[in-house]
Unconditional design. Structure first.
Length: 425
RNA sequence: GGAGAGGUGGCUGAGUGGUCGAAAGCGAACGACUCGAAAUCGUUUAAUAGGAAACUAUUCGUGGGUUCGAAUCCCACCCUCUCCGCCA
């Protein structure tokens, strides 16, 4: 959430900053509302002050005179009543304005960072680094072909259970999924992250706090009888974990790693990635999350990205890092580095992790602060996948495929998986 | 799901219509004493919004209501605890 005061006092700069995203936002409109509300705030405060003084006076008079319906008292009460009427009328207007302003501000995305490349869409994203040698050969199988031949998962049967875009992992497929989760959690906890397993269902307030609501209600599954949603990413419960808190600066940075299932409706993606493990309504993910001092978030962003990268290196999967341009940035993010893993069958890099610096955007929405020189200050939050499990499995299957149809398991994963190769049973 | 109890500052906990943003204690900070410390004594110690400041307003789970005036009375909701039921 953007700072209401900033919009009131500096609407031009807000508008300029947001325009980098390549969309129009009606800041003058909101600006007018905030000015209007401010006037009413002052007016109400003045009237309340008067009314409070009067009430005290009445109290004093009553205790002095013993009787409580002298003519003087009746007049004073009448005056008090007038105050009350005036105030409640103003408060009504204040409430409406507040709601209007709030709903508009909650729909404004974060400011893009000055360092993010300027551009309209993903074609303007910048590749900043590549690692490893992308496997380029003809006759390479897709991961879903490999999965089928090695009987690792079944999507057809899963449509009976649920619908399309769900998967059932089978035998070694299930075991590989489990191995990947454990491997990643171990790597990150050794590296200073505290492990959390948060609830998979989250309430509306939590989704609003991290930026999924109100704008993207279409992208999450909602429970019909409760104010609960299936969490689309552990970023949501992790942000909400410290909602409405003032965190001792000595505790910062706080670094969490969380395994969680993630649920996404994938509305509007009909026909894309319909096969395999790339785009599912339910997938597992290990998520990294930082709460840090505002002065340290740029460094933290580099660190969280390299912590995610570390997993890809350990697994020996070729990847690249992409600096997301202003027009392609997610709603809550000011700067994002995507990690993209090489998928030989489609001869391209696919996103496997998105590492974002949200600055104080989520912290303000969720009211998470720290003390800096005795002043309460919104801290900064960062998140990054470390990594998406399904896509990692897809990458291992495709990059590790052998001519005999088996798949080589990356060395670092062998202790977790229990053997060097995936073969037909 | 049923019955009961309760939600007050960093914590414990008093407060059932008036000067209560809230006693007392604990904790914390600072000062005195001390070579230093402990103990003791003294002072200070909630947040938010606005304001350069003085100060003003709001906040006793949340939202409404009654009243000149609400932590206190009324209504709705949320949450926690205990007991019963059900259950992995």
């Amino acid at each position: 959430m953007l700072d209401q005061k900033l919009i009131r006092e500096n609407p031009k700069s807000v508008e300029e900053n947001l325009s980098l995203r390549g969309k129009l936002y009606d800041i003058p409109q909101i600006h007018k509302l905030t000015i209007n509300k401010k006037e009413i705030d002052v007016e109400i405060s003045d009237l309340q002050s008067e009314s409070k003084k009067l009430s005290k006076l009445i109290g004093q008079e009553i205790s002095k005179s013993q009787s409580n319906n002298s003519e003087e008292l009746i007049n004073l009460k009448k005056k008090g009543n007038e105050y009350r009427n005036k105030i409640s009328k103003l408060e009504e207007r204040q409430r409406i304005l507040e709601q209007e302003i709030n709903s508009q501000i909650l729909n404004l995305p974060n400011f893009p960072s000055k360092d993010a490349p300027i551009g309209k869409d993903e074609s303007h994203n910048i590749e900043v680094k590549t690692w490893g040698d992308p496997l380029k050969k003809e006759d390479l199988k897709s991961h879903w072909e490999i999965g089928e031949s090695l009987n690792l998962f079944d999507s057809i049967k899963s449509t009976k259970i649920s619908k399309s875009r769900f998967i059932t992992l089978i035998g070694n497929g299930a075991k590989l999924e489990r191995a990947l989760i454990n491997f990643m959690l171990d790597m990150h906890t050794k590296n200073g992250y505290l492990e959390l397993i948060p609830p998979a269902l989250v309430n509306s307030e939590s989704l609003t706090g991290s930026g999924q609501l109100p704008k993207f209600s279409n992208e999450s599954f909602k429970c019909s009888n409760d104010d609960l949603w299936l969490s689309p990413t552990a970023e949501v419960p992790l942000t909400a974990f410290h909602k409405n808190e003032i965190i001792d600066p000595k505790r910062l940075p706080i670094k969490y790693v969380a395994y969680s299932p993630c649920f996404r409706r994938e509305a509007g993606s009909y026909g894309r990635d319909t096969r395999g493990l790339i785009r599912l309504h339910q997938f597992n993910k290990v998520e990294l999350y930082w709460f840090c001092d505002p002065s340290e978030s740029i460094e933290a962003h580099k660190k969280i990205t390299s912590d995610a990268e570390n997993i890809l290196r350990q697994l020996n999967l070729p990847y690249r890092i992409v600096d997301i341009c202003t027009g392609d940035l997610g709603f809550s993010s000011s700067r994002t580095f995507d990690l993209e893993v090489w998928l030989p069958s489609s001869k391209c890099y696919r996103e496997i992790s998105s590492c974002s610096n949200c600055l104080d955007f989520q912290a303000r929405r969720s009211s998470i602060r720290t003390k800096i020189e005795k002043k309460n200050t919104y801290l900064h939050t960062l998140n990054g996948s470390g990594l998406a499990i399904g896509r990692t499995m897809a990458a291992i299957l495709e990059n590790g495929q052998q001519t005999d149809g088996s798949v080589k398991i990356p060395d670092a994963l062998v202790p977790y998986f229990g053997s060097n190769f995936l073969k037909t049973a």
